[in-house]
Write a protein that binds this ligand. Sequence first.
Ligand code: ADP
Ligand code: MG
Length: 213
Amino acid sequence: MKRLDVREFQKMIENASKIIIANEPYLTEIDTVIGDGDHGIGMKRGFSALCRMLEKQEFYEVDSLCKAVGIELVKSMGGASGVIFGTMFIGGLSKLPHENSCSLNQIAAYFEEGEKAIERRGKAGAGQKTMLDALIPAVESLKRSAGLEEEMEGAFLKACNAALEGVKASECMESKIGRSKNFREAAIGLPDPGAVSTSLIFKAFYEELIKEQ
Ligand code: ADP
Ligand code: MG
């Protein structure tokens, strides 16, 4: 597949919502050890609201879909991760066309701009044990695939694997963002909850994309 259709993209985001909701206990478990324990609950709240919105509404342009997704997440999740995961979908909107499909180039540019917007808002970067440690490699992988004019399916598989490698790498990082010293030490050996969420989102995108229609 060379272009991603808005209906397909909507189904991919719906699948991501379901996977995030199903993983709430695991996300809560790791955030309980290394954070304040609310990541799973916040994500479940946001993605449940998103799921309800997507079930009710059909979108005809990729930018309108992604804008509504980001707004719903910010509105329903609250807290740091509401802004962060909302920005992942809103930050790069200018890179998407107001059309019923988009190219891999546009998808890669969209997630890259979203990632940069998260860096600007949260003043964090790679290697600080945040969701960026999964998102940055996923974006780099998408850009590489776009440069090689790969098919959508292969590109999302590679992005998903890159995000998973980022999750693995986050295990031995020390968190520097917003956590007390005690948490920082306890965090070593466990992946960052937000990075896990990011990899689950890309995995769900890929799995939906390759489903038989
Ligand atoms: P809160 O920090 O408000 O308790 P959550 O527990 O829901 O929010 O989310 C924590 C996750 O948010 C972390 O695991 C990390 O991935 C991500 N995160 C926190 N701060 C930042 C930041 N400045 N930049 C990027 N990601 C961040
Ligand atoms: Mg938390």
